[in-house]
Design a protein around this ligand. Structure first.
Ligand code: ADP
Ligand code: MG
Length: 618
């Protein structure tokens, strides 16, 4: 028998290895940005074309490379960052595997230009599919520029696997956010197809967060600071009332490296317990600093997971630090953390409308101006503040609730999640002559000639609304109601992009926009029947649906919009309906094209024949 094992040719091995490091253009963005940071750059420029499918280029002003290093940097396992196995436990750099450039060069066309500060001239190298095409002396600024073109040119299967430009660009933006947040003292510029997406100067952490996530962010940040022997925490959590339906504003950085940790995420959730509505997630931007010896970042090739020596301790510290901050800034009752808010809701409050906590925002305040002269409102509030007011506090004026009656503050916070609880005394009068009745404020029961009909009120209404929205969008004839005052909503650039993409369809449902920018939108009209107070919830839900439903080939914006709005506006379970409403819903459901299923394909009603019922009595 002959031997059958063969060594793979280099280029095949390289391509296979590349698959691990480079899944999509965003992976290239991450590796190149990290190399620039490891090179101690103070300014980094990211240039993207066609969501990275045509070009990903990163230009830095870092320490550059010598001629030899430039050539060596493309070899597998070539790194300047570790020299021995021990170094692995003392990592202060992002990279250490020496794999990224080799992998990228195996599956793309790469142009490298680099020069060290003391060198007169630099080096330019071009590589295509691991083959060096040229190497020259070059006149180039200090630092390094790496341009990656035609990604996956030699692996068509991978190229075809890439998603739409919108999706790939979103991945790139996510990577950019993570790197830029971890390094506020580095200036970043980011261009896509020639237009500037971000321009971030060297700034402090709060400014960086606000710059990335848009103007409204400043007022929602609550600082978290804690320093213990094992862990230092700094950063911000979002106030509970700004929690989101998506997890898009959740960031942990450990030693300036973005990580995902469901366990630590849980610690934050625990700190927010009782303060969030169902289905909402807190925002957080937290930097954790630990001794590099106590973590292992080696367990995952793309390095967003890490292993901590003592996770339980970190959990406890994190949870208490966040709780403390929320308490200290009057967002949660400090002494009453373990209290079940639902248990001490006085009956007289049951039917009261919920007051949204009053937040005053000093719109004239500019967070980027040194706060030598406190604004007028800040002065008004000084009496509430402790003597040790740090300068950041003046950045979000008006955190305190309007009244200084703590009892009121307490009820404002704790009632938020109770808003939908109906009073146990509320009674829908039962009149026997009617043909429908409501069961558990959830089902509508009616009789059929052959037996009984039970309708799920929420799903049925979703179906009715869905078909009506879809019709309006397609025939473009919805009517809108004019708002008395234009409604301004702030979004992150990513979120605004989603709204912009859906703008025409939204207009067909009855929305009227007077302004759509990166910072947010201004609405002057809404679809008839949509309460103004619901508008921001509807749009947030829509954004969250678009984000989680990664659009593919058979994605229909109109369909998604109709589904999302139907979901937001449909009668909820727990809502009592009078007989006219019940009958109206029943009739509208059976006037639908597809009354049997909800827009998400779940049954809207069931029937029970007299035979079925008779069997039950046997
Ligand atoms: P790693 O970052 O894991 O060391 P890479 O393949 O990303 O591996 O890079 C290989 C080497 O090339 C690095 O160790 C570094 O010495 C050098 N290098 C890469 N990018 C740059 C840059 N932008 N500036 C200076 N040196 C760089
Ligand atoms: Mg690297």
């Amino acid at each position: 028998m002959t031997d059958i094992i063969q060594l793979l040719p280099d280029h095949v091995a390289n391509q296979i290895a590349a698959g691990e490091v480079v899944q999509r253009p965003a992976s290239v963005v991450k590796e190149l940005l990290e190399n620039a940071i490891d090179a101690d750059a103070s300014e980094i420029k990211l240039i993207i074309k066609d969501a990275g499918k045509t070009l990903v280029q990163v230009i830095d002003n870092g320490k550059g490379m010598s001629v030899t290093d430039a050539r060596l940097s493309f070899e597998r396992h070539a790194t300047s960052k570790i020299k021995s196995a021990e170094d692995l436990f003392q990592l202060n750099t992002k990279g250490f595997r020496g794999e990224a450039l080799a992998s990228i060069a195996a599956i793309a066309h790469v142009e490298l230009k680099t020069k060290r500060p003391d060198d007169e001239l630099g080096t330019a190298i071009t590589i295509e599919g691991s083959q060096v095409k040229s190497q020259e002396v070059s006149v180039t600024p200090t630092g390094t520029s790496v341009a990656v073109k035609h990604l996956f040119f030699n692996i068509p299967a991978r190229r075809n696997f890439l998603k739409s430009d919108t999706v790939e660009l979103r991945h790139i933006t996510d990577e950019f956010h993570r790197v830029a947040l971890a390094h506020p003292s580095i200036a970043f510029k980011f261009y896509h197809n020639g237009s500037e997406m971000f321009h971030l100067p060297n700034e402090n952490y709060r400014q960086r967060v606000v710059h990335i996530f848009g103007g409204r962010t400043n007022e929602k940040l609550v600082p978290v600071e804690e320093e213990t022997e094992v862990l230092k925490i700094s950063g911000f959590v979002g106030k509970p009332e700004y929690s989101k339906k998506t997890r898009s504003e959740q960031f942990f950085f450990v030693n300036q490296r973005f990580i995902k940790s469901p366990y630590l995420n849980h610690a934050i959730g625990a700190a927010f317990e009782g303060l969030l509505k169902d289905g909402y997630h807190p925002s957080y931007f937290l930097n954790l600093t630990v001794d590099p010896k106590t973590i292992d970042i080696n367990i995952h090739p793309t390095k967003t997971e890490i292993k901590f020596d003592d996770e339980h301790t970190l959990y406890a510290i994190l949870r208490s630090a966040v709780k403390h901050s929320l308490g200290q800034f009057n967002i949660a009752p400090v002494l009453d953390f373990e209290h079940q808010s639902s248990l001490n809701t006085p009956y007289s409050y049951k039917d009261k409308r919920v007051n949204t906590p009053a937040i005053e925002v000093d719109r004239s305040f500019n967070p980027f101006v040194d706060d030598a002269k406190p604004s007028r409102r800040a002065q008004q509030h000084t009496s509430f503040k402790k003597a040790s007011t740090a300068s950041w506090e003046s950045l979000y004026v008006g955190l305190e609730s309007r009244g200084n009656n703590t009892k009121d503050d307490f009820s404002e916070v704790t009632f938020e999640s109770d808003s939908k609880t109906e009073s146990i005394f509320s009674n829908t009068s039962i009149e026997t002559s009617k043909t429908t009745f409501q069961l558990q404020q959830k089902y509508i029961v009616s009789t059929l000639r052959s037996g009984m009909l039970i309708i799920d009120q929420n799903r049925a209404h979703q179906r009715v609304l869905y078909e009506s929205f879809l019709k309006h969008i397609t025939i473009k004839e919805a009517t809108s109601q004019q708002l008395l005052f234009p409604l301004q909503l702030h979004f992150t650039p990513n979120e605004s992009k989603i709204i912009t993409d859906l703008k025409t369809d939204l207009e067909h449902t009855g929305f009227v926009f007077s302004d759509v920018t990166e910072e947010g939108i201004t609405i002057t009209g809404v679809p008839v029947g949509v309460p103004e107070s619901e508008v921001s919830i509807i749009l947030e839900q829509l954004i969250s649906d678009v984000e989680s439903d990664v659009p593919d080939a058979n994605f229909s914006a109109a369909d998604l919009l109709a589904k999302s709005m139907a979901k937001s506006l449909a009668i909820k379970n727990g809502q009592s309906l009078n007989n006219t409403e019940q009958e109206h819903l029943l009739n509208s459901l059976f006037a639908c094209k597809e009354p049997n299923v909800s827009p998400t394909n779940r049954p809207t009603f069931i029937t029970m024949t007299t035979d079925d019922i008779e069997k039950k009595f046997m």
